[in-house]
Design a protein around this ligand. Structure first.
Ligand code: NDP
Length: 328
């Protein structure tokens, strides 16, 4: 029987998501990669329990994570049932709908039909009565935002989602959503956005808006899928994401220009007593308005390194300037 580590909350830090009552850990773990049907189940269990044992209370999923789509939720549901179910009240589990999930006109984008059906499917796959956070995964240019938000409100009312949120909404999309959300008294917990040293505008454009409106910001892919680590500095390892699941991360992303930037970042990291991955992650956590850095991992050691990074996330003005120069 799994027994969580005593003292797991002593060192961990939590940030409030905007002006909500919900605290999220400094580092959260996403199951986009490495929790698929074909993934090593023992390794999945080890990563989740290691995370939970060290104060990571938040696990992020989506209907389509896998492959095949849905399988990450199935794997997560099995681990919950086998190990973590007694600790359900200590967990923040999120899922999303908004990308292509099933055939026909009702399995994609932002209609009420899709969102309601998809959350029911997600709950069934995970064996849950409710998720803590349900996201609309991307803005839908065709469906009225009123319909999408009405669907989120319905799911909250039904108790299937405790909080609702948006993801990949650019500033104008967020403004539009907030306008209607105010009318229907719907609190939108946060916007989940890509944010790393290689991907800044989506968050930076709306950082002030999110803070002013009391919304949290979840920074996903803070290591740019592994590009902002040592992973690809000496070739493409066989066990890396590019080789094992190159659907989104490609060999062509490892450019000469990137490698030069990484070399400069690495020397700053060493001076701080950190690894490159830790500097990249600490930089994200150091930005004003970030509620949590949502990482991915293929092994326990990567989670361990991420947690260590959280302990040294202050930068001097000089270090920040050197990082800016390195990225130019
Ligand atoms: P990261 O940028 O954190 O990349 C994680 C990958 O980087 C790992 O799988 C591993 O790759 C590599 N890595 C991690 N730590 C280290 C280390 N210390 N040293 C070397 N390599 C390391 O995030 P992800 O791209 O995985 O995304 C994280 C989460 O964000 C997702 O699971 C999902 O929950 C969310 N997300 C949300 C999206 C949205 O649209 N809302 C879109 C994308 C992600 P390797 O396998 O090579 O070891």
């Amino acid at each position: 029987m799994y027994q969580p580590r005593e003292g797991r909350y002593q060192k961990a830090r939590y940030n409030r998501a905007g002006r909500s009552g919900l605290m999220l850990p400094q580092v959260s773990l996403g199951l986009w990669h490495n929790f698929a049907a074909r993934s090593d189940y023992d390794n999945c269990k080890k990563m989740l329990t290691y995370a939970f044992d060290h104060g990571i209370t938040h696990f992020d999923l989506a209907n389509n994570y896998g492959p095949p789509p849905g399988s990450a939720e199935t794997v997560f549901g099995k681990i919950l049932k086998d190990l973590l179910a007694p600790y359900r009240d200590e967990l923040i589990i999120s899922t999303k709908a908004g990308f292509d999930m099933w055939e026909g006109p009702y399995g994609d984008w932002g209609s009420k039909k899709y969102l309601v059906a998809s959350l029911d499917q997600s709950l069934a796959r995970m064996g849950l009565d409710y998720v803590d956070i349900f996201y609309h995964h991307r803005p839908d240019p065709e469906t009225p935002i009123e319909e999408t938000l009405d669907a989120l409100k319905l799911l909250m009312r039904q108790g299937k989602a405790l909080y609702v949120a948006i993801s990949n909404y650019r500033k104008a999309d967020t403004e539009k959503a907030l306008q209607y959300a105010r009318d229907i008294h719907l609190p939108i917990l946060c916007n989940q956005l890509e944010y790393s040293l290689l991907s800044r505008p989506d968050f930076e454009d709306q950082q002030q808006l999110l803070t002013r409106e009391g919304m949290g910001a979840v920074a996903y892919a803070p290591l740019a899928g592994g590009l902002l680590t040592d992973r690809y500095r000496n070739g493409i390892p066989q066990d890396s994401r590019i080789r094992t699941d190159g659907r989104f991360l490609k060999e062509a992303d490892v450019t000469e220009s990137l490698l030069k930037k990484l070399a400069k970042l690495d020397s700053i990291a060493r001076e701080r007593g950190q690894k490159l991955s830790q500097l990249s992650l600490a930089w994200v956590m150091a930005q004003a308005g970030i509620t949590t850095a949502l990482i991915g991992a293929s092994r326990v050691e990567q989670i361990e390194e991420a947690l260590e990074a959280a302990e040294n996330r202050r930068f001097s003005a000089e270090e920040l300037e050197r990082i800016e120069q390195a990225m130019r």
